[in-house]
Design a protein around this ligand. Structure first.
Ligand SMILES: CC(C)(COP(=O)(O)OP(=O)(O)OC[C@H]1O[C@@H](n2cnc3c(N)ncnc32)[C@H](O)[C@@H]1OP(=O)(O)O)[C@@H](O)C(=O)NCCC(=O)NCCS
Length: 148
């Protein structure tokens, strides 16, 4: 059997509840806001774009981004894969899809930030090609970036 196809899909009235029920491992809850909170924040930040991550027809995660203040970079604001679906390559595929969508839109740089800690996403982002910038945000999150 071939590996499930990963896609980023718009969230609809029919799917929003299932997306809000996706959660990381309990020990990872400090690394990302609940999806319902992210969607609510996007309502007040109209530049934000969010999508559900699907593996074939099954929702497995959530991704949200916004243009950087400079217009040349895009900031990965939220990203998670549900605990039951981690370790299957879906996160890697979803980030690859997101990155490949940026250059055609005129972005030259992808940025993100992470909360340092055990089971945190730092190693994951390094594996996807992001590099530490050495900067720390006021909220303690560390910045990373990837030149497209
Ligand atoms: C980080 C996260 C999205 C990774 O998703 P995933 O689907 O489990 O990742 P994948 O299965 O695609 O893993 C891809 C690679 O990264 C590695 N990897 C995954 N999580 C890792 C971690 N926390 N540290 C180091 N490496 C990691 C995998 O071993 C794999 O390596 P390989 O390419 O050599 O096989 C997921 O663990 C998650 O949702 N975490 C909680 C929320 C979070 O921290 N989000 C980021 C906040 S901005």
């Amino acid at each position: 059997m071939s590996a499930p196809a990963v896609s980023l899909r718009e969230i609809t009235a029919e799917t929003v509840r299932a997306i809000c029920e996706l959660e990381p491992q309990e020990a990872q809850s400090g690394f990302v806001a609940p999806n319902a909170v992210s969607i609510a924040q996007a309502y007040f930040n109209r530049a934000a774009v969010f999508r559900a991550v699907y593996a074939d027809e099954e929702p497995v995660g959530f991704i949200m981004w916004r243009p950087g203040d400079d217009g040349a970079s895009c900031f990965l604001w939220r990203f998670m894969i549900d605990a039951r679906h981690q370790g299957k390559g879906y996160g890697r595929e979803a980030i690859a899809l997101w990155l490949s969508s940026l250059e055609p839109q005129g972005y030259g740089l992808a940025r993100t930030s992470y909360v340092p800690g055990d089971r945190g996403p730092h190693g994951f982002y390094l594996a996807q090609g992001f590099k530490d910038t050495g900067e720390t945000r006021a909220n303690g999150e560390r910045l990373m970036e990837l030149t497209l």
